[in-house]
Design a protein around this ligand. Structure first.
Ligand code: F6P
Length: 363
């Protein structure tokens, strides 16, 4: 990159952390808008997330690079997970990852760095901002757990995929008169499981925010099965039973080791088949929830978030991350939201209304 030419702005952009549908749509929205509203802007896409900034691996983006990627899943820039806790770790005389990024930001003459990512990406973005880089975050994740925004891009596509899959499970469960545990992504929060469970008519929704009681769950399954052919339990991958919650870390590790590498849904299936004597099965939806074309809503919101980010860059509003509140786009300060998690309130409207309909949450 040459630094001497006069220009409106030189922008670096990257996609970081787990991918999701909508990353390319945001990239497109940002670049199209930036090229349109700024006279002379250079945009450089860093490859493989923060790793590209650390190693100075990038390519200049033109309008042609982004014009046809609205529908394309994944990220054309590539991504990688770069754990936040390793950012400031010092190994001998070598600079830390954070120092490498700040140095490259300066060397490359960037005026702004745009980071498309989830909670971890935002923590690092905040660090970079505190170190003097002009950062704008754009909120991505199928988990929908970024603090201060109603929605993150990628979330609704994952809801569609998970809900569609659960509906399919219902027909085979009905045919065989079975109990199914369908595992949805979400290690720390249950937004995706809650939305997908509600949108697919699941009988029970288990999320990390509400510890479930094994015996009561078994009682619910038996009761439900007496009046319907199948029982569908939507399970967030990070669920925990009340029994496990009461254990120390060491005790929990020992307890879980009896199940080997079994996931939450597999463990539940094993335990519940023993407790109920019924035919239980588990299905893990996994990365299917992150793949493929974004849904129409994600294409729309990603485009808008990208374009809004370009406006923030133009006016020099840095140290922020874009958010959606109600029907409006806005922004939060990175330092205010970094490290915070938006959890499903267990006594919130969504959960209470679902309970009123007879959907069981395992308590
Ligand atoms: O953060 C998004 C997410 O899909 C989580 O729901 C899930 O726990 C995790 O990423 C899986 O990460 P990986 O793709 O690294 O296996």
């Amino acid at each position: 990159m040459r630094t001497e030419r006069k220009r409106d702005m030189r922008i670096g952009i990257l996609t970081s952390g787990g991918d999701c549908p909508g990353l390319n749509a945001v990239l497109r929205g940002f670049c199209k808008c930036a090229f349109n509203i700024m006279d002379d802007v250079e945009i450089y896409g860093f490859l493989e997330g923060y790793a590209g900034l650390m190693n100075r691996q990038y390519r200049r983006l033109s309008l042609a690079d982004v014009e046809n990627i609205l529908d394309v899943g994944g990220t054309v820039l590539g991504t990688s997970r770069q754990p936040y806790k390793l950012m400031t770790v010092k190994e001998g005389d070598a600079p830390t990852k954070l120092q490498m990024m700040v140095e490259n930001y300066k060397k490359l003459g960037l005026d702004c760095l745009v980071t498309l990512g989830g909670a971890g990406t935002h923590k690092t973005a905040s660090l970079l901002s505190v170190e003097g880089c002009n950062v704008i975050g754009l909120p991505k994740t199928i988990d929908n757990d970024i603090y201060g925004t109603d929605v993150t891009f990628g979330f609704h596509t994952a809801v569609d995929i998970a809900a569609g899959a659960i509906k399919r499970i219902r027909t085979t469960a009905d045919s065989h008169s079975r109990v199914f545990f369908v595992e949805v992504m979400g290690n720390k929060v249950g937004w995706l499981t809650l939305y997908a469970g509600l949108a697919s008519g699941a009988d029970c929704i288990l999320i990390p925010e509400i510890a479930y009681d094994e015996d009561k769950l078994a009682g619910f399954i038996k009761g439900k099965k007496s009046s319907s052919r199948s029982v569908i339990v939507a399970v967030a991958e990070g669920v925990i039973s009340a029994r496990e919650a009461a254990m120390s870390k060491k005790e929990r590790k020992e307890y879980l080791s009896q199940f080997g590498v079994a996931t939450a849904a597999e463990r539940l299936s094993a335990v519940m088949s023993q407790k109920t004597g019924m035919q239980c099965r588990s299905t893990i939806l996994g990365h299917i929830q992150r793949g493929g074309e974004p849904c129409a809503y994600d294409k729309f919101i990603s485009t808008e978030i990208g374009a809004f980010g370009a406006h923030l860059a133009k006016i020099g509003r840095f140290g922020v991350t874009v958010c959606v509140r109600g029907n409006k786009l806005g922004y939060n300060m990175l330092v205010d939201i970094a490290g915070k998690t938006k959890r499903v309130p267990s006594d919130g409207q969504l959960v209470l209304l679902a309970k009123d309909m007879g959907i069981y949450f395992g308590e």
